[in-house]
Design a protein around this ligand. Structure first.
Ligand SMILES: *Cc1c(COP(=O)(O)O)cnc(C)c1O
Length: 358
Protein backbone atom coordinates (compact mmCIF):
# COMPACT_ATOMS: atom_id res chain seq x y z
CA UNK A 1 0.00 0.00 0.00
CA UNK A 2 1.27 3.42 -0.93
CA UNK A 3 2.27 5.71 1.96
CA UNK A 4 0.16 8.79 2.59
CA UNK A 5 1.98 12.09 2.91
CA UNK A 6 0.96 12.46 6.57
CA UNK A 7 2.55 9.15 7.40
CA UNK A 8 5.96 10.78 7.05
CA UNK A 9 5.30 12.51 10.39
CA UNK A 10 4.16 9.43 12.23
CA UNK A 11 6.12 7.90 15.06
CA UNK A 12 6.62 4.24 14.21
CA UNK A 13 7.53 1.70 16.84
CA UNK A 14 7.64 -2.06 17.12
CA UNK A 15 5.44 -2.73 20.16
CA UNK A 16 5.92 -5.15 23.02
CA UNK A 17 3.88 -8.31 22.62
CA UNK A 18 2.14 -9.28 25.86
CA UNK A 19 1.21 -12.88 26.65
CA UNK A 20 -2.30 -13.76 25.50
CA UNK A 21 -5.23 -13.39 27.89
CA UNK A 22 -7.63 -16.14 26.84
CA UNK A 23 -10.80 -16.50 28.91
CA UNK A 24 -12.11 -20.01 28.53
CA UNK A 25 -13.97 -22.08 31.06
CA UNK A 26 -11.71 -24.76 32.50
CA UNK A 27 -8.50 -23.38 31.01
CA UNK A 28 -5.25 -23.52 32.96
CA UNK A 29 -3.47 -20.19 32.59
CA UNK A 30 0.26 -20.42 33.25
CA UNK A 31 1.49 -17.91 30.68
CA UNK A 32 1.81 -14.45 32.29
CA UNK A 33 3.13 -15.08 35.81
CA UNK A 34 0.01 -13.93 37.61
CA UNK A 35 -0.64 -15.13 41.16
CA UNK A 36 -3.00 -18.14 41.30
CA UNK A 37 -4.43 -16.99 44.65
CA UNK A 38 -6.70 -14.01 45.36
CA UNK A 39 -5.26 -10.84 46.90
CA UNK A 40 -5.44 -10.33 50.67
CA UNK A 41 -8.97 -10.48 52.15
CA UNK A 42 -8.24 -6.96 53.45
CA UNK A 43 -8.16 -5.78 49.83
CA UNK A 44 -11.59 -7.19 49.13
CA UNK A 45 -12.94 -5.67 52.33
CA UNK A 46 -11.55 -2.22 51.46
CA UNK A 47 -12.97 -2.53 47.94
CA UNK A 48 -16.47 -3.02 49.35
CA UNK A 49 -16.04 0.00 51.61
CA UNK A 50 -14.82 2.40 48.90
CA UNK A 51 -16.51 5.77 49.07
CA UNK A 52 -18.02 7.23 45.89
CA UNK A 53 -15.47 10.04 46.26
CA UNK A 54 -12.93 7.51 45.07
CA UNK A 55 -14.65 7.69 41.69
CA UNK A 56 -15.91 11.26 41.60
CA UNK A 57 -12.75 13.15 42.56
CA UNK A 58 -9.28 13.19 41.04
CA UNK A 59 -6.92 10.94 42.96
CA UNK A 60 -3.97 12.28 44.97
CA UNK A 61 -1.34 12.93 42.27
CA UNK A 62 1.43 12.10 44.78
CA UNK A 63 -0.08 8.68 45.59
CA UNK A 64 0.67 9.40 49.25
CA UNK A 65 -1.57 6.71 50.74
CA UNK A 66 0.37 4.10 48.85
CA UNK A 67 3.89 5.57 48.99
CA UNK A 68 3.59 6.01 52.78
CA UNK A 69 2.46 2.41 53.27
CA UNK A 70 5.36 1.23 51.11
CA UNK A 71 7.87 3.49 52.88
CA UNK A 72 6.80 2.09 56.22
CA UNK A 73 7.00 -1.49 55.01
CA UNK A 74 10.44 -1.12 53.41
CA UNK A 75 11.88 1.24 56.07
CA UNK A 76 12.59 4.12 53.71
CA UNK A 77 11.34 7.71 53.50
CA UNK A 78 8.07 8.34 51.56
CA UNK A 79 10.07 10.74 49.35
CA UNK A 80 12.11 7.76 48.18
CA UNK A 81 9.09 5.94 46.75
CA UNK A 82 7.63 6.45 43.28
CA UNK A 83 4.40 4.65 42.34
CA UNK A 84 3.02 3.94 38.89
CA UNK A 85 0.44 2.06 36.85
CA UNK A 86 2.21 -1.26 37.10
CA UNK A 87 5.99 -1.44 37.14
CA UNK A 88 5.85 -1.15 33.34
CA UNK A 89 4.75 2.46 33.86
CA UNK A 90 7.47 3.05 36.47
CA UNK A 91 10.12 1.51 34.21
CA UNK A 92 9.05 3.43 31.13
CA UNK A 93 9.15 6.67 33.13
CA UNK A 94 12.56 5.71 34.53
CA UNK A 95 13.93 5.06 31.02
CA UNK A 96 12.67 8.50 29.97
CA UNK A 97 14.12 10.24 33.03
CA UNK A 98 17.41 8.44 33.74
CA UNK A 99 18.66 7.33 30.33
CA UNK A 100 19.44 10.54 28.47
CA UNK A 101 23.13 10.12 27.72
CA UNK A 102 24.72 9.64 24.32
CA UNK A 103 26.27 6.32 25.30
CA UNK A 104 24.27 3.11 24.98
CA UNK A 105 22.48 1.66 27.98
CA UNK A 106 23.29 -1.96 28.79
CA UNK A 107 21.08 -4.95 29.59
CA UNK A 108 21.30 -8.75 29.20
CA UNK A 109 20.65 -10.33 25.78
CA UNK A 110 18.08 -12.71 27.27
CA UNK A 111 15.79 -10.62 29.47
CA UNK A 112 12.44 -8.87 29.82
CA UNK A 113 11.49 -8.09 26.23
CA UNK A 114 10.07 -4.67 27.09
CA UNK A 115 13.53 -3.08 27.60
CA UNK A 116 14.45 -2.84 23.92
CA UNK A 117 10.92 -1.58 23.18
CA UNK A 118 11.24 1.31 25.67
CA UNK A 119 14.73 2.07 24.39
CA UNK A 120 13.24 2.31 20.90
CA UNK A 121 10.28 4.40 22.04
CA UNK A 122 12.43 6.91 23.94
CA UNK A 123 15.25 6.98 21.32
CA UNK A 124 17.79 5.51 23.74
CA UNK A 125 20.78 3.70 22.20
CA UNK A 126 21.38 0.28 23.78
CA UNK A 127 23.67 -2.72 23.68
CA UNK A 128 23.00 -6.16 25.09
CA UNK A 129 25.45 -8.25 27.12
CA UNK A 130 25.22 -12.01 26.55
CA UNK A 131 24.38 -14.14 29.59
CA UNK A 132 26.93 -16.90 30.15
CA UNK A 133 26.23 -20.53 29.18
CA UNK A 134 24.49 -21.16 32.52
CA UNK A 135 22.28 -18.07 31.99
CA UNK A 136 24.09 -15.92 34.55
CA UNK A 137 24.99 -12.24 34.16
CA UNK A 138 28.72 -11.59 33.73
CA UNK A 139 29.30 -8.46 35.85
CA UNK A 140 32.50 -7.65 33.95
CA UNK A 141 30.37 -6.97 30.82
CA UNK A 142 28.96 -3.93 32.62
CA UNK A 143 32.38 -2.45 33.22
CA UNK A 144 32.47 -0.29 30.09
CA UNK A 145 31.30 3.22 29.26
CA UNK A 146 27.50 3.29 29.17
CA UNK A 147 24.49 5.54 29.62
CA UNK A 148 22.84 3.36 32.25
CA UNK A 149 22.19 -0.25 33.19
CA UNK A 150 19.02 -2.26 33.73
CA UNK A 151 18.47 -5.92 34.54
CA UNK A 152 15.80 -7.94 36.31
CA UNK A 153 16.76 -9.90 39.41
CA UNK A 154 15.66 -12.69 39.33
CA UNK A 155 15.99 -12.45 35.56
CA UNK A 156 13.04 -13.14 33.27
CA UNK A 157 12.44 -15.48 31.52
CA UNK A 158 15.24 -17.59 33.04
CA UNK A 159 14.16 -17.26 36.70
CA UNK A 160 17.81 -17.17 37.81
CA UNK A 161 18.80 -14.91 40.67
CA UNK A 162 22.13 -13.11 41.00
CA UNK A 163 23.67 -12.72 44.45
CA UNK A 164 23.57 -9.38 46.23
CA UNK A 165 27.37 -9.26 45.77
CA UNK A 166 27.01 -9.46 41.99
CA UNK A 167 24.31 -6.77 42.02
CA UNK A 168 26.47 -4.53 44.21
CA UNK A 169 29.47 -5.05 41.93
CA UNK A 170 27.46 -3.75 38.96
CA UNK A 171 26.09 -0.78 40.93
CA UNK A 172 29.57 0.06 42.27
CA UNK A 173 31.20 -0.16 38.83
CA UNK A 174 28.63 2.26 37.39
CA UNK A 175 28.44 5.09 39.89
CA UNK A 176 28.32 7.71 37.13
CA UNK A 177 25.02 6.47 35.73
CA UNK A 178 21.77 5.04 37.04
CA UNK A 179 21.45 1.30 37.55
CA UNK A 180 17.88 -0.04 37.64
CA UNK A 181 17.26 -3.41 39.25
CA UNK A 182 13.86 -4.74 38.18
CA UNK A 183 12.74 -6.92 41.10
CA UNK A 184 9.37 -8.08 39.74
CA UNK A 185 10.06 -11.57 41.14
CA UNK A 186 12.19 -10.83 44.20
CA UNK A 187 9.57 -12.01 46.71
CA UNK A 188 9.89 -15.62 45.56
CA UNK A 189 13.28 -16.26 47.11
CA UNK A 190 15.86 -13.71 45.93
CA UNK A 191 17.73 -11.14 47.98
CA UNK A 192 16.56 -7.58 47.33
CA UNK A 193 18.99 -4.79 46.47
CA UNK A 194 17.05 -2.34 48.68
CA UNK A 195 19.66 -2.40 51.52
CA UNK A 196 22.24 -1.11 48.98
CA UNK A 197 20.32 2.18 48.79
CA UNK A 198 22.13 3.25 51.96
CA UNK A 199 25.44 3.13 50.10
CA UNK A 200 24.59 4.05 46.51
CA UNK A 201 22.65 7.03 45.18
CA UNK A 202 22.69 5.75 41.57
CA UNK A 203 20.50 2.72 42.30
CA UNK A 204 16.78 2.45 41.56
CA UNK A 205 14.92 -0.68 42.64
CA UNK A 206 11.59 -1.44 40.94
CA UNK A 207 8.94 -3.87 42.21
CA UNK A 208 5.34 -4.73 41.38
CA UNK A 209 2.04 -5.80 42.92
CA UNK A 210 1.28 -7.93 39.84
CA UNK A 211 3.03 -11.14 40.81
CA UNK A 212 3.57 -11.72 44.53
CA UNK A 213 0.67 -9.50 45.65
CA UNK A 214 -1.92 -10.94 43.25
CA UNK A 215 -3.02 -7.58 41.83
CA UNK A 216 -1.99 -7.63 38.16
CA UNK A 217 -5.40 -6.30 37.17
CA UNK A 218 -5.15 -3.26 39.47
CA UNK A 219 -1.90 -2.14 37.79
CA UNK A 220 0.33 -1.08 40.68
CA UNK A 221 4.11 -0.85 40.55
CA UNK A 222 6.70 1.17 42.42
CA UNK A 223 10.34 2.08 42.53
CA UNK A 224 12.57 3.04 45.45
CA UNK A 225 15.70 5.15 45.17
CA UNK A 226 17.28 8.16 46.81
CA UNK A 227 15.16 11.30 47.10
CA UNK A 228 16.97 13.17 44.34
CA UNK A 229 16.43 10.39 41.85
CA UNK A 230 12.75 10.19 42.77
CA UNK A 231 12.35 13.95 42.49
CA UNK A 232 13.61 13.88 38.89
CA UNK A 233 11.23 11.04 38.17
CA UNK A 234 8.30 12.98 39.61
CA UNK A 235 9.23 16.06 37.55
CA UNK A 236 8.96 13.98 34.39
CA UNK A 237 5.78 12.28 35.56
CA UNK A 238 4.10 15.61 36.28
CA UNK A 239 5.07 16.77 32.80
CA UNK A 240 3.43 13.72 31.31
CA UNK A 241 0.32 12.74 33.31
CA UNK A 242 -0.35 13.91 36.88
CA UNK A 243 -2.96 11.29 37.69
CA UNK A 244 -1.47 7.94 36.91
CA UNK A 245 -2.73 5.65 39.67
CA UNK A 246 -6.45 5.79 40.30
CA UNK A 247 -7.69 6.17 43.87
CA UNK A 248 -9.04 2.61 44.27
CA UNK A 249 -5.60 1.29 43.27
CA UNK A 250 -3.91 3.52 45.87
CA UNK A 251 -6.31 2.45 48.64
CA UNK A 252 -6.28 -1.25 47.81
CA UNK A 253 -2.53 -1.32 47.23
CA UNK A 254 -1.94 0.15 50.70
CA UNK A 255 -4.21 -2.53 52.21
CA UNK A 256 -2.26 -5.28 50.46
CA UNK A 257 1.05 -3.96 51.81
CA UNK A 258 -0.27 -3.94 55.37
CA UNK A 259 -1.30 -7.61 55.30
CA UNK A 260 2.18 -9.04 55.70
CA UNK A 261 1.03 -12.44 56.97
CA UNK A 262 -1.20 -13.20 53.99
CA UNK A 263 1.58 -12.09 51.64
CA UNK A 264 4.10 -14.43 53.31
CA UNK A 265 1.65 -17.32 53.30
CA UNK A 266 0.83 -17.12 49.60
CA UNK A 267 4.42 -16.58 48.44
CA UNK A 268 5.56 -19.51 50.63
CA UNK A 269 2.87 -21.66 49.06
CA UNK A 270 3.97 -20.74 45.54
CA UNK A 271 7.61 -21.45 46.44
CA UNK A 272 6.68 -24.88 47.85
CA UNK A 273 4.71 -25.73 44.68
CA UNK A 274 7.62 -24.53 42.52
CA UNK A 275 10.10 -26.80 44.27
CA UNK A 276 7.81 -29.80 43.91
CA UNK A 277 7.21 -29.06 40.21
CA UNK A 278 10.97 -28.75 39.62
CA UNK A 279 11.46 -32.28 40.90
CA UNK A 280 8.71 -33.74 38.74
CA UNK A 281 9.85 -31.87 35.61
CA UNK A 282 13.38 -33.20 36.10
CA UNK A 283 11.99 -36.76 36.34
CA UNK A 284 10.13 -36.16 33.07
CA UNK A 285 13.37 -35.25 31.25
CA UNK A 286 13.25 -31.46 31.49
CA UNK A 287 16.21 -29.26 32.33
CA UNK A 288 15.91 -25.70 33.63
CA UNK A 289 17.84 -23.00 35.42
CA UNK A 290 17.18 -23.16 39.17
CA UNK A 291 14.33 -20.65 39.32
CA UNK A 292 13.87 -18.22 42.20
CA UNK A 293 10.75 -16.76 40.57
CA UNK A 294 7.10 -17.85 40.21
CA UNK A 295 7.84 -19.62 36.93
CA UNK A 296 10.17 -22.27 35.53
CA UNK A 297 12.03 -21.92 32.22
CA UNK A 298 12.18 -25.49 31.00
CA UNK A 299 13.53 -27.38 28.01
CA UNK A 300 12.90 -31.05 27.24
CA UNK A 301 15.81 -33.32 26.30
CA UNK A 302 14.10 -34.75 23.22
CA UNK A 303 10.82 -33.01 22.38
CA UNK A 304 11.01 -29.49 20.88
CA UNK A 305 9.44 -26.81 23.09
CA UNK A 306 7.29 -25.48 20.23
CA UNK A 307 5.67 -28.89 19.88
CA UNK A 308 4.90 -29.19 23.61
CA UNK A 309 3.56 -25.63 23.61
CA UNK A 310 1.09 -26.45 20.83
CA UNK A 311 -0.03 -29.69 22.46
CA UNK A 312 -0.63 -27.92 25.77
CA UNK A 313 -2.50 -25.14 24.04
CA UNK A 314 -4.86 -27.59 22.37
CA UNK A 315 -5.70 -28.86 25.86
CA UNK A 316 -6.33 -25.26 27.04
CA UNK A 317 -3.17 -25.24 29.14
CA UNK A 318 -1.42 -21.96 28.36
CA UNK A 319 2.31 -21.47 28.91
CA UNK A 320 4.67 -18.97 27.25
CA UNK A 321 6.90 -19.75 24.28
CA UNK A 322 9.17 -17.44 22.28
CA UNK A 323 10.43 -18.38 18.86
CA UNK A 324 13.59 -16.31 19.37
CA UNK A 325 17.31 -17.11 19.11
CA UNK A 326 18.78 -18.89 22.17
CA UNK A 327 15.42 -19.47 23.87
CA UNK A 328 13.34 -21.19 21.19
CA UNK A 329 13.60 -24.58 22.87
CA UNK A 330 12.24 -23.39 26.22
CA UNK A 331 8.81 -23.02 27.77
CA UNK A 332 8.17 -20.52 30.52
CA UNK A 333 5.71 -22.13 32.89
CA UNK A 334 4.06 -20.01 35.58
CA UNK A 335 3.56 -21.67 38.97
CA UNK A 336 -0.19 -22.07 39.49
CA UNK A 337 -2.09 -23.83 42.25
CA UNK A 338 -1.11 -27.39 43.17
CA UNK A 339 -4.15 -28.72 41.27
CA UNK A 340 -3.25 -26.77 38.14
CA UNK A 341 0.34 -27.96 38.26
CA UNK A 342 -0.77 -31.56 38.78
CA UNK A 343 -2.97 -31.31 35.68
CA UNK A 344 -0.02 -29.92 33.72
CA UNK A 345 2.33 -32.64 34.95
CA UNK A 346 -0.22 -35.39 34.21
CA UNK A 347 -0.62 -34.08 30.68
CA UNK A 348 3.13 -33.86 30.13
CA UNK A 349 3.70 -37.34 31.49
CA UNK A 350 1.15 -38.76 29.05
CA UNK A 351 2.36 -36.70 26.13
CA UNK A 352 5.99 -37.67 26.67
CA UNK A 353 5.13 -41.35 27.17
CA UNK A 354 3.08 -41.22 23.95
CA UNK A 355 6.20 -40.04 22.11
CA UNK A 356 8.17 -42.94 23.53
CA UNK A 357 10.64 -40.47 25.01
CA UNK A 358 11.25 -41.72 28.52
C1 LIG B 1 5.81 -8.69 34.95
C2 LIG B 1 7.07 -7.89 34.83
C3 LIG B 1 7.07 -6.49 34.91
C4 LIG B 1 5.85 -5.63 34.86
O1 LIG B 1 4.81 -5.93 35.61
P1 LIG B 1 3.63 -4.89 35.86
O2 LIG B 1 2.42 -5.73 35.79
O3 LIG B 1 3.66 -3.81 34.82
O4 LIG B 1 3.92 -4.37 37.22
C5 LIG B 1 8.27 -5.84 34.88
N1 LIG B 1 9.43 -6.49 34.77
C6 LIG B 1 9.47 -7.82 34.67
C7 LIG B 1 10.78 -8.50 34.53
C8 LIG B 1 8.29 -8.56 34.68
O5 LIG B 1 8.34 -9.88 34.51
Amino acid sequence: MENRKWEENIRRVIPYVAGEQPNKAGMIKLNTNECPYPPSPQVEKALKELDSKAFRLYPDPDNRLLTRALAEYYHVEPEQVFAGVGSDDVLSMAFMTFFNGKKPILFPDVTYSFYDVWAGLHHIPYETCPLDESWHIRPEDYRRPNGGVIFPNPNAPTGLCESLDTVEEIVRDNRDCVVIVDEAYIDFGGESALPLLKKYDNLFVVQTFSKSRAMAGMRIGFGIGNERLVKYLNDVKFSFNSYTLNLPAQVLGAEAVRDEKYFRDTTDRIIATRERVKQRLAELGFTFPDSMANFIFASHKSIPAGEIFQALRERDIYVRYWNKPRINNYLRITIGTDEEMDALLAFLENFIAGKGCR
